[in-house]
Design a protein around this ligand. Structure first.
Ligand code: NAP
Ligand code: ZN
Length: 349
């Protein structure tokens, strides 16, 4: 199937239109007309080569929503016209303990990311959602609940699940004191989801500039990490902190904010960190942990949770050819919401 996307052809290059083919349907494949795709900071890290050399050209995009256009003969759960979604993974071994435990993101044999990785059968490089069409095996296709507006749902597929999963893992509920470092795409979803679970949420941001957006998303307040007096006053006041900062940073600033037995979960920076100080960990039995997206079943759970609670990401719609400008703002951490590409703005011809 011929399609078009926007691809980076080298590190730090601008994204440009790119014609390519999607594979012929395998027995258990679902073909999807992509309607909207969210813009994750991981897309930017990947095309910039922050995570190592990439198999260019790379078509990024892993917050994909659309409509089924065709199905392979053995597809059981989807039919033409269904509203569906694809997140950060398109395959895994399906045989190891992690896959059996519905945690395909931790597949022992390595899950297949939605873009920039070899397909398990053909070796062809996967290409993501900044495009008109995608073909994905049924097991990695999610259903958009009827009561969710497709145009506002795409960021649930990465920003949503990546923050939902640690909130669930660390049993966030009524009255849990949750801090969210960085009010961007992931951060604002963390606030909305934690607030819906009954938590008392505080945004920890570089300045007070995003205070109104923090409160609009459901936070009780905003703590500026640059305000030393406020940071000291907030020591020992959090049960869980979700850290979405996308660059190398100093955890020592944030760990003392945790109460005894509190946990700081890194979901942002993947790579080296500043040297951690052990004292605040030891004196307070505090923990630093990490978390990667979430499994397919849990991704369906967050979609259903958002439908039930009518939680929507704040989406700023752009046209496909506005992506390079959006990347520049994303690099600065300007947004307190998610950029979403309207694929109607991209034509196959
Ligand atoms: P984003 O929209 O750019 O948000 C990141 C936020 O971090 C910014 O809005 C900003 O918030 C803060 N920030 C930015 N630069 C900073 C700096 N130099 N120092 C301190 N804070 C800074 O990015 P995103 O899409 O939410 O993604 C965040 C990170 O999560 C990325 O690194 C991405 O690759 C990663 N990620 C991980 C997973 C996973 O599975 N673990 C999944 C998806 C994404 P303030 O203005 O409020 O400070
Ligand atoms: Zn992402």
């Amino acid at each position: 199937m011929k399609t078009i996307g926007y691809a980076a052809h080298s590190a730090d290059a601008k994204l440009v239109p790119y014609h390519f083919e999607r594979r012929e349907l395998r027995l258990n494949d679902v073909a999807i007309d992509i309607r909207y795709c969210g813009v994750c900071h991981s897309d930017l890290h990947t095309v910039n080569g922050d995570w190592g050399p990439q198999p260019y050209p790379v078509v990024p995009g892993h917050e994909i929503v659309g409509v089924v256009s065709a199905v392979g003969p053995e597809v059981k759960h989807y039919k033409v016209g269904d509203r569906v979604a694809v997140g950060c993974m398109v395959d895994s071994c399906q045989e190891c303990d992690q896959c059996h435990n519905h945690e395909e993101q931790y597949c022992r044999n390595g899950m297949t990311p939605t873009y920039g990785a070899p397909d398990r059968l053909s070796g062809e490089i996967t290409q993501g959602g900044y495009s008109k069409h995608i073909v994905v095996r049924e097991e990695f296709v999610l259903r958009i609940p009827d009561s969710l507006d497709l145009s506002r749902s795409a960021p649930i597929l990465c920003a949503g699940i990546t923050t939902f999963s640690p909130l669930r893992t660390w049993n966030v509920g009524e009255g849990t004191r949750v801090g969210v470092i960085g009010l961007g795409g992931l951060g604002h979803m963390a606030v909305k989801l934690a607030a819906a679970m009954g938590a008392e949420v505080t945004v920890i941001s570089r300045s007070t500039k995003k205070e109104a957006e923090a409160k609009a998303s459901g936070a009780r307040g905003l703590l500026a990490s640059t305000d030393q007096a406020a940071m000291q006053a907030a020591a020992n006041t959090f049960d869980l902190i979700i850290d979405t900062v996308p660059v190398k940073h100093d955890l020592n600033l944030y760990v003392p904010l945790l109460d005894v037995d509190g946990t700081l979960v890194i979901v942002g920076q993947i790579g080296p960190m500043e040297e951690p100080m052990t004292m605040p960990l030891v004196f307070g039995r505090r923990r630093v942990a990490g978390s990667l997206i979430g499994g397919i079943a849990e991704t369906q759970e967050v979609l259903d949770f958002c439908a039930e609670h009518q939680i929507y990401p704040e989406c700023q719609m752009i046209k496909m050819d506005e992506i390079n400008d959006a990347f520049e703002h994303l690099a600065q951490g300007d947004f307190a919401h998610r950029i979403v590409i309207d694929m109607a703005s991209l034509s196959v011809d």
